[in-house]
Each structure stands twice: as C-alpha cells, then as structure tokens.
Design a protein around this ligand. Structure first.
Ligand SMILES: [Ca+2]
Ligand SMILES: [Ca+2]
Ligand SMILES: [Ca+2]
Ligand SMILES: [Ca+2]
Length: 128
C-alpha cells in the first residue's frame, strides 16, 4: 500500500466561503461546503450567500462586521438580510430570536419588557 501526497497550490475557493481550497484542506474543513471553514483562515472575498448559523446575517456580512458566522447568538440586528432560520433564544426570555426580530420587540439581545417595548416601537415610528 502506497500513499501519494499532492500539495494543493491553486488559490481557488470553490465554495466561496473565503478560505481557499488549499487552506481548507490544511485546516481539515470541506472545500466544497460553504459552511465548513475556519473563520481565521479567510483570506479572499467571501462570495457565498450562505447564512450557516441561521441568524439572518450572511457569513460574508458576519466576517465583514466581526461577528461569529458559526454562532447564532453573535450578530448585529442591523445586518440581518435573510430570513432567520435559527431557533435559538439568545437572551433566554423564552422568545426565540426569530420571533423577537419578526415581532414588536425587535431586539433579541435585550430581554423583552412589554412597557419599554411599546416605547421603542413608538420612537421608531416617529423617526420614520
Ligand atoms: Ca472555500
Ligand atoms: Ca468550506
Ligand atoms: Ca449568520
Ligand atoms: Ca429571546
């Protein structure tokens, strides 16, 4: 039995996760899975539109804004561009982040307090 080791020298990033195939192989991540990569190895522009953790912020935006693309509780609400598919409840108030973002609270980082929530909604409407 013989083993052949071939060094990957191309700079292609087949899955568009910003990590070139050679680095993905070195890291042990999947070069054909845009959700399998080490954020620390991102060296080229992220071209995929995936949102791997389902928090509604694409991996490209999370990397650009310094949040963790693999942590559904690490994101900026203002960066949400796709529908939230995660079912996490990051602040532990019993309402999932998806429901908070789509509901009147709109801020999954803060625990929902009904009286303050009404204030926030009214201010938003005035500002518009
Ligand atoms: Ca890649
Ligand atoms: Ca990958
Ligand atoms: Ca995300
Ligand atoms: Ca919550």
């Amino acid at each position: 039995m013989s083993q052949i080791t071939v060094a990957v020298t191309s700079n292609v990033d087949c899955d568009g996760d910003g990590v070139i195939d050679a680095d993905e192989i070195a890291d042990g991540t999947d070069p054909n899975d845009a959700c399998s990569y080490d954020p620390a190895s991102v060296t080229v522009a992220v071209t995929s539109n995936v949102d791997c953790d389902g928090d509604g912020v694409t991996d490209a935006d999370e990397i650009a804004n310094g949040t963790d693309p693999n942590d559904a509780c690490s994101y900026n609400v203002a960066d949400i561009t796709v529908s939230v598919t995660s079912t996490v409840d990051c602040d532990g108030d019993g309402v999932t982040d998806a429901d908070e973002i789509n509901g009147p609270d709109g801020d999954p980082i803060q625990q929902t307090e009904p009286i303050q929530t009404i204030h926030v909604v009214m201010i938003h409407q005035v500002l518009r």
